[in-house]
Design a protein around this ligand. Structure first.
Ligand code: ARG
Length: 459
């Protein structure tokens, strides 16, 4: 029996296992709408260029619209012998309109077709992700506004460093997700060129109009080199790497929620709707959503790595290896959307426990820097000397098992005789936070200014 698709050249059909390894329809069926959109643009151009008659063009376009509806309703008859979504659409078109269907593939190859489809699909995902991150930023902003004055410990090395506010901490993530959105937008700008018309690799002898198809499909311009057009997947790599970086931010926030919601911290309480219980321990309320977001970051890094390795060393131009581009892209899109939506819900419903945060903020000698700054400002000490004196005071407090403001003035004077009662004013956490008025600093006035800038930017 001859091969059903490429009959002319073949005297036998594929082995069953060949059919299986070759078929991509199980996953690339997700490209059906983009595939049909691309074909509609292509056939319209073929008619305008008088490469296909108006009559055939109409029949093809009507047929394609019918298929779009059918496949949209889940009515796709999948046949692995037909390999992929492109041939499924064409085969169905032939059933619907007869031999004229065969004219659609004039001046086109599946190589430029699939490159176009995937770009259209990724472009739509970039826009969706950008909207998702904007919603997350809003949820963070709302928490920041509620807690612009809520004092918490700031950490370095996960050791108490200096008091900050919870609003300030939330705004740090607004900045991160803002850069992620910038990367998504950059990626979109760079990828928005249309490969359609590159054909198999060398272009075509038909008088096509690539500007026209590019314009119809919302691309800024056609790709400039046909070899590059069919072999480039760096738009997908850029999307996957952008998603991976964003996932690292989501994962860091997720990890903080895990830590903060532990009994040892009690800084926040996750809402019941984003927690799960234990089948054996009745007291448990676990931050599973946060843990899954943390875990999925690993998966998104894996998707990026997969495609990087697939593309490495591929000679120009198209190679079937490149069919492996789709699953990582789809998987990243699905899981990134899940993570962003779950994080948005979790942040919106997070209860902030001001008491434990404030208590923790005052412990661990977190205002030692304020003390050293006072020695510089009031006594005129060089900062390095002030650092040393403060270190001695911290050691003394540690020995006596008190905080810095628990030391007696006489004990302090034994270390540095010029210290006065006024020093105690700077040892409070509220004072410490309020004093950090430098641009971008943790003082509530500064945090409110950050919030106002972002509210404006997000409008
Ligand atoms: N299913 C293929 C892919 O996803 C479409 C392109 C096929 N091109 C080819 N020359 N075999 O990459």
């Amino acid at each position: 029996s001859s091969n059903r698709q490429w009959g002319g050249r073949f005297s036998s059909g594929p082995a069953a296992i060949m059919e299986k390894i070759n078929a991509s329809i199980d996953f690339d069926r997700r490209l059906f709408a983009e595939d049909i959109e691309g074909s509609l643009a292509h056939v319209q151009m073929l008619v305008e260029q008088k490469i296909v008659s108006a009559e055939d063009g109409r029949a093809i376009a009507d047929g394609l619209r019918t298929i779009l509806q059918e496949f949209g309703e889940g009515k796709m008859r999948v046949d692995p012998a037909l390999e992929d979504i492109h041939t499924h659409v064409e085969a169905r078109l032939k059933e619907l309109i007869g031999p004229a269907a065969g004219r659609l593939h004039t001046a086109r190859s599946r190589n430029d077709q699939v490159a176009t489809d995937l770009r259209l699909w990724v472009r739509k995902e970039l826009d969706a992700a950008d909207r998702g991150f904007a919603d997350l930023q809003q949820a963070l902003l709302d928490q920041a506004e509620r807690h612009a004055d809520t004092i918490m410990p700031g950490f370095t090395h996960l050791q108490s460093a200096q008091p900050v506010t919870f609003g300030h901490h939330m705004m740090a993530y607004v900045e991160m997700f803002g850069r992620d959105r910038g990367r998504l937008q950059d990626c979109r700008r760079r990828m928005n060129e249309c490969p359609l018309g590159a054909a198999a690799l060398a272009g075509t002898s038909f008088p096509i109009d690539r500007q026209a198809t590019a314009g119809t499909l919302g691309f800024d311009r056609p790709t400039a080199n046909s070899l590059d057009a069919v072999s480039d997947r760096d738009f997908a790599l850029e999307y996957l790497s952008t998603a991976a970086i964003a996932a690292s931010h989501l994962s860091r926030l997720a990890e903080e929620i895990v830590i903060w919601s532990s009994a040892q911290f009690r800084f926040v309480t996750c809402s019941d709707s984003f927690s799960t219980g234990s089948s054996i321990m009745p007291q448990k309320k676990n931050p599973d959503a946060a843990e899954l977001i943390r875990g999925k970051a690993g998966r998104l890094y894996g998707n990026l790595t997969s495609l990087l390795v697939v593309m490495k060393g591929l000679p120009m131009t198209y190679g079937k290896d490149m069919q492996e581009d789709k699953e990582p892209v789809f998987d990243t899109a699905d899981n990134l959307a899940l993570c962003v939506a779950a994080m948005t819900g979790m942040i919106a419903e997070l209860t902030v426990n001001e008491g434990p945060m404030l208590a923790a903020a005052g412990s661990g000698f977190s205002t030692a820097t304020d003390l050293a700054d006072w020695l510089v400002r009031v006594l005129g000490m060089p900062f390095r000397d002030a650092h040393h004196v403060t270190g001695e005071l911290v050691r003394l407090a540690e020995e006596k098992a008190v905080d810095l403001d628990g030391l007696a003035l006489d004990d302090m004077r034994a270390v540095e005789p010029r210290i006065t009662e006024a020093l105690f004013d700077v040892l409070g956490v509220a004072n410490s936070v309020n004093s950090r008025q430098s641009y971008g600093g943790t003082a509530p006035a500064q945090v409110r200014a950050q919030i106002a800038r972002w509210r404006e930017a997000l409008r």
